[in-house]
Design a protein around this ligand. Sequence first.
Ligand SMILES: [Zn+2]
Length: 115
Amino acid sequence: MGRCPRCAEGALFKGFLKFNEACEACGTDFSMEDAGDGPAFFVMTIVLFLFTPLVLAFHFITDAPTWVTLTIWGPILIIACLALLRPLRGIMFNTQWVNKAREVHPDDFKKPNAD
Ligand SMILES: [Zn+2]
């Protein structure tokens, strides 16, 4: 929904895909967000599995020239990717936040009483 994972009040995004630095309602820090290319991978996979059969069925059932198929389905695929990218970026961040996922630091491997 594009809301803060902690309070569900503040906006998660300040642009189409750019995150706010912190929640405007509760102050939760969003700087730890690091979805990387995870959302893009899932978007490509979902769009590939959903649309490839449709595009191929359209192409072979209508016997349309390739340029017609690409002209019709190209924009549809781009719009589908853009429509899914923001929700999946939010889902990836919420998953990261709920599981307290973060980068590993060398201090994580120190034993508690190693001094
Ligand atoms: Zn919040």
